[in-house]
Ligand binder design. Structure first.
Ligand code: SAH
Ligand code: SF4
Ligand code: F3S
Length: 525
């Protein structure tokens, strides 16, 4: 991003006066006692806009500028020599992947990673804003880190991710947690070296959040978690503006990566021996709509299906943009797995309308019919919100009936949580919590029943499992996922970790399958 573009972007660039930050506990105490409103008013030179629907909707529908020139300035290459970092990640796969990028940047600066808070010289909280409880977890962690920071004033504590894109959160941190050293947004990750340098050298509190964005930074370094499964961003942001959702504000407008950049990344992962990739985006079915070429997710998947990588997944699909071309490509199978995560949110057309999902119950069922016709064995999973403002008992019953009708094999289910700045947050949250909880319980009971039934069909069957490692509960047991994303536990040699093996299922549970290794039985002896 050049200087002019930077000026054009809305940004918070806030630096507290240097005497406010000090290496001594005394000064930290002084900092805590300051009147924070005054602090914000005086030093917070924000030209930054809070989440604003009207303004956000006026985003330019243009192809994003792509930058291939990321580099860490030479003087910062050794900034982290002998030092360690720890990144705590909350939220979705996007955030997990952003953490891999931040880990890549920090590693290139000479830092090593650690799992131990006490060993860390930098602690970053990569946060999620999707529901109130996600935010509460982060504020809890910030509270826990305070004594450590007071004990180790040189420790750098940073808050990044989706919460830092919210004005109210930034203000709350300034007001209640002034010991935090840096806050940066989801569009500022590539600025990490410069921001860190600023936070360390000047000992000032640094806040940099761009709320209007538009660029794609291509060649950011990554340290991936594991060598078996890899995430590949195909697009950023979301333009759907579902009325309950904060993501279009925290992640910005839809920007598709150029197909050649995605394909190159997938080829590279294949060459490194990765067995599975997941293509990532908040609304992957809108892939390509912003590009200056006629090219969609179906075209991309078709090209990726030709690459020698055993498994390709994609998430998250939006029913509205799921087109016939994609169904046709997916139906060819090969390395494209027939597990489709297709969030429905509600089974009532009226609730879907006020959620601004832009499809009806009937549209959704028709899409499911098309998918099932083309891929009779496809597994469908979903996301559902209960207790949306004004949701009646009857409308909730429609959700239950849709879950049964589609036969989802699992679902992420949530109680509606109002998010400041979204349209729904202005409506009365009028469903009592006990009703919301009861609806959630009934829904979960149904989903669990369907999941257990789906699992039973695997009894005695042989499935292909990508072995990921030791099971979390028992180091003598290996675990991995089937093509349809079922977790399988079985006994086998550690040497098969990272391979796809055949496992015969001999016991089915609600969420997992137990089995025995078929293919490698000779090797086990
Ligand atoms: N882009 C994806 C979803 C991303 S968020 C999609 O459109 O499907 C993951 C899930 O969180 C959503 O599918 C929704 O079910 C849930 N969610 C989002 N905002 C929420 C809110 N305000 N309250 C409760 N659940 C919410
Ligand atoms: Fe949020 Fe998904 Fe809707 Fe986008 S499509 S606004 S990410 S729920
Ligand atoms: Fe959370 Fe941001 Fe993902 S709000 S769900 S981390 S896009």
């Amino acid at each position: 991003m050049n200087e002019q573009q930077r000026k054009q972007t809305d940004q918070i660039k806030q630096v507290a006066p240097s005497d406010l930050k000090s290496e001594t506990d005394t000064n930290l105490d002084r900092l805590k006692q300051l009147d924070s409103d005054e602090l914000i008013g005086k030093y917070f030179q924000a030209t930054y806009e809070p989440p604003n629907l009207k303004k956000a909707r006026k985003r330019l529908k243009k192809t994003a500028d792509v930058h291939y020139d990321f580099g860490i300035p030479e003087e910062m290459n050794t900034l982290g020599k002998g030092k360690k970092f720890l990144i705590r990640t909350y939220g979705c796969q996007m955030n997990e992947h952003d953490t891999e990028i931040m880990a890549g940047i920090l590693t290139n600066m000479g830092y090593e990673s650690t799992d131990n808070t006490n060993d860390a010289d930098i602690i970053l909280l990569n946060t999620c804003a999707i529901r109130e409880n996600a935010e509460n977890k982060v504020f809890g962690e910030i509270g826990h880190l305070k004594p450590l920071k007071l004990e180790k004033p040189d420790l750098i504590v940073g808050v990044c991710g989706c919460m830092s894109q919210e004005e109210a959160v930034v203000n709350r941190i300034l007001k209640k947690h002034p010991f935090i050293d840096m806050i940066f947004g989801t569009h500022n990750i590539h600025r990490l070296p410069a921001l860190l340098n600023e936070a360390m050298l000047s000992k000032e509190m640094v806040v940099e959040v761009w709320s209007q964005e538009g660029d794609i930074i291509e060649n950011l370094p990554k340290v991936r978690k594991g060598k078996i499964k890899g995430w590949v961003n195909i697009m950023y942001g979301c333009d759907k503006f579902c009325t309950y959702c904060i993501v279009p504000y925290t992640r910005g407008k839809e920007r598709s990566r150029r197909p050649e950049d995605i394909i190159q990344e997938v080829r590279h992962l294949a060459a490194q021996g990765y067995q599975e990739i997941t293509l990532l985006g908040q609304n992957v079915n809108a892939y390509g709509k912003d590009l200056d070429i006629e090219y969609g997710l179906g075209d991309l998947m078709e090209e990726i299906s030709k690459i020698d990588i055993p498994r390709v997944r994609f998430t998250t699909s939006h029913p509205r943009d799921f087109d016939d071309r994609l169904i046709e490509v997916l139906a060819k199978g090969g390395n494209l797995l027939d597990h489709i995560h297709l969030p429905v949110q509600s089974g009532s057309s009226e609730v879907l309308r006020v959620m601004a999902r832009r499809y009806t119950r009937e549209d959704y069922l028709e899409l499911v019919r098309k998918i099932r016709t083309a891929m009779p064995n496809a597994t469908l999973t979903t996301d559902i919100i209960v207790g949306f403002p004004n949701e009646t008992d009857e409308q909730f019953e429609e959700t239950l009936s849709l879950v049964e009708k589609v036969g989802f094999e699992s679902a992420y289910t949530f109680i509606y949580s109002p998010r400041e700045g979204t349209p729904a947050a202005k409506w009365e949250d009028n469903i009592p919590m006990e009703v919301k909880k009861e609806r959630l319980q009934r829904l979960n009971a149904l989903v669990n029943k369907q999941s257990a039934e789906a699992m039973k069909q695997y009894q005695g069957q042989t499935v292909k499992v990508l072995v990921e490692g030791e099971s979390k509960k028992d180091p003598d047991v290996l675990s991995g996922y089937t093509e349809r994303n079922k977790l399988v536990n079985f006994v086998g040699p550690k040497s098969i970790i990272g391979q796809i093996v055949e496992v015969k299922i001999n016991q089915t549970k609600t969420w997992t399958l137990d089995g025995e290794l078929v293919e490698q039985a000779v090797e086990v002896k």
